[in-house]
Write a protein that binds this ligand. Structure first.
Ligand code: GLN
Length: 507
């Protein structure tokens, strides 16, 4: 039991902290105890009580002053891909087992400047490569709904920590679905904003043209608080957006867009979403989609219709091509990004070697896990002379077509796109060990959105049947810079349903 259990939302907890009904210090102490005592030892990779309590003390001082931001004293967890001063950052890899960064990632700095208290670092797939949080050097993470199934990945630790009630918010990163997919499989909410909205500075790089951070929390309203704080232009990241369509990318932008959309919905009476056109891609309802996910998606769409929205059928003809396109581009970028781990400048170095080449090769073979080595080999191959044109260049061309497909839909046919996040509910731990490509195929609904750099979220929309019901997520995709409205739409859904309030063990 932790004091956090008494609160369903960041907002409610924030009110209690601001009213001084509890102190950040007592809350943090209790949350740290719960995190330490939690049944899955692989979830937290690093906890440091003294660092967290120092932040809590600073939060209490801020709260006593009366001008504290909303996140002051709120315990959060960071995916172990964000570098943190003081706390170890390992990317869940043996390669970085002892790495402590001299600086904080911009996201980490922004959240701590806003008063949030870090409870520590949570597991993920090694270097964010994976879909089940099984590719972590320290071992797989369990899904709080059923310890025999995966929590999703790569931000599996972040989603599991929120679902288990150990924190009310966590940071994640999404390169091809790693915020949306674990959020869906753990029954929590997650959003990946427009590429360039959140600084990548201090996020250990996987595939730089796709990597984008995003928060995971219970509800759209909690996501809003976190996202608005995390986002904004950062000169330290060359791909950080300063403006888009004349809108400056400043903190406060997403909150303002949310408020505007929300105020508009309020003028519409019992049909708040009247006029909203939801595009439903026919390719998302393919043979690979399980019946239970299809059914939950359908009932969620009906809820949106009951709120006044209309449904239009659209086509994203390159949905299937997103898989090979992504699994050429992402490994290509990864092979380049990960070349820095050479046993000399960074990280793990083998003990026995004969010469420099042998040392580099052994260090990388021993330091990286199997999936990471697979990606590096694929990436090096598709970039190599003779294959570059056939694979990498071709993939870039298809990426452009995928962008155009989304723009055709969102540029006139519909206002938002909705569909499933995953073809199925969470699978048993260890199930795809013999067939790693099976996980790649299950990324089908999230990859295109990432290739296009669009904002997208996942919200809980139902459960599977059976002895252990498992959560199902609904994906909502918007046009560039539309995250404020997406959150406002998701919030209306969450006012009409209670899927996001269900907790493991209480279903
Ligand atoms: N499952 C995808 C991959 O392994 C996505 C991972 C991610 O978004 N970080 O690349």
């Amino acid at each position: 039991m932790s004091l956090l259990d008494e609160f369903d939302s960041i907002r409610a907890l924030s009110d209690a902290l601001h009213a001084r009904r509890l102190s950040a210090h007592e809350l943090t102490t209790s949350a740290l105890q719960a995190a330490r005592a939690y049944s899955d030892p692989n979830l937290f990779l690093h906890i440091d009580e003294s660092l967290s309590l120092a932040q809590a003390q600073a939060a209490d001082a801020l709260l006593a002053g009366g001008q504290a931001p909303a996140l002051t004293g709120i315990p959060i967890a960071h995916k172990d891909l964000f570098v943190t001063r003081g706390w170890r950052t390992t990317a869940a890899s043996r390669m970085l087992a002892d790495y402590v960064s001299p600086f904080d990632a911009t996201v980490v700095a922004r959240l701590s400047d806003a008063g949030a208290v870090s409870l520590g670092k949570v597991s993920c797939d090694e270097f964010a490569m994976g879909s089940g949080n099984e590719n972590a050097a320290s071992g797989p993470v369990q899904n709080p709904w059923d310890p025999t199934v995966v929590p999703g990945g790569s931000s599996g630790g972040s989603a599991a920590a929120v679902a288990a009630g150990l924190v009310l918010g966590a940071t994640g990163t999404d390169t091809g679905g790693s915020v949306r997919q674990p959020a869906a499989l753990c029954g929590v909410s997650g959003i990946k904003p427009t590429y360039g909205t959140i600084s990548r500075y201090g996020i250990i790089a996987y595939a730089s043209s796709l990597d984008q951070a995003g928060p995971i929390a219970r509800s759209a309203r909690d996501l809003l608080l976190l996202l608005d704080t995390m986002s904004g232009f950062d000169p330290m990241d060359s791909t950080s957006l300063e403006t888009c369509d004349q809108v400056p990318n400043l903190p406060g932008r997403i909150q303002a867009a949310f408020d505007q959309a929300d105020a508009y919905f309020n003028t519409q009476g019992s049909q708040p979403l009247a006029g909203l056109r939801i595009g439903v891609p026919k390719e998302f309802f393919n043979a690979g989609l399980s019946d239970q996910v299809a059914r939950a998606t359908e009932s969620a769409l009906r809820v949106f219709e009951s709120l006044g929205a209309t449904r239009v059928s659209i086509s994203l003809p390159r949905t299937e091509l997103a898989i090979p396109t992504y699994y050429v581009i992402a490994p290509a970028e990864a092979s380049s990004n990960l070349s820095r781990y050479d046993g000399v400048r960074y990280g793990y170095r083998t003990e026995h070697y004969t010469d420099l080449a042998d040392m580099t090769s052994r260090s990388r073979t021993e330091g990286f896990g199997e999936e990471v080595r697979r990606r590096i080999l694929v990436g090096t191959y598709v970039l190599s002379h003779g294959y570059y044109d056939a694979y990498y260049l071709q993939a870039q061309r298809v990426r452009r077509m995928i962008v155009d497909d989304f723009q055709k839909a969102l540029g006139g046919q519909c206002d938002v796109i909705m569909g499933p996040v995953t073809p199925n509910v969470a699978r048993p731990i260890g199930d795809n060990r013999q067939d790693p490509i099976a996980d790649w195929l299950a990324d089908i609904y999230t990859l295109g959105v990432s290739l296009a750099g669009l904002p997208a979220m996942s919200i809980p929309c139902g459960f599977s049947h059976g002895t252990h019901p498992l959560p199902i997520g609904l994906q909502i995709v918007g046009n560039y810079f539309d995250e404020g409205r997406l959150l406002a739409l998701a919030d209306r859904f969450q006012q009409a349903t209670d899927w996001h309030q269900r907790k493991p063990g209480q279903q």
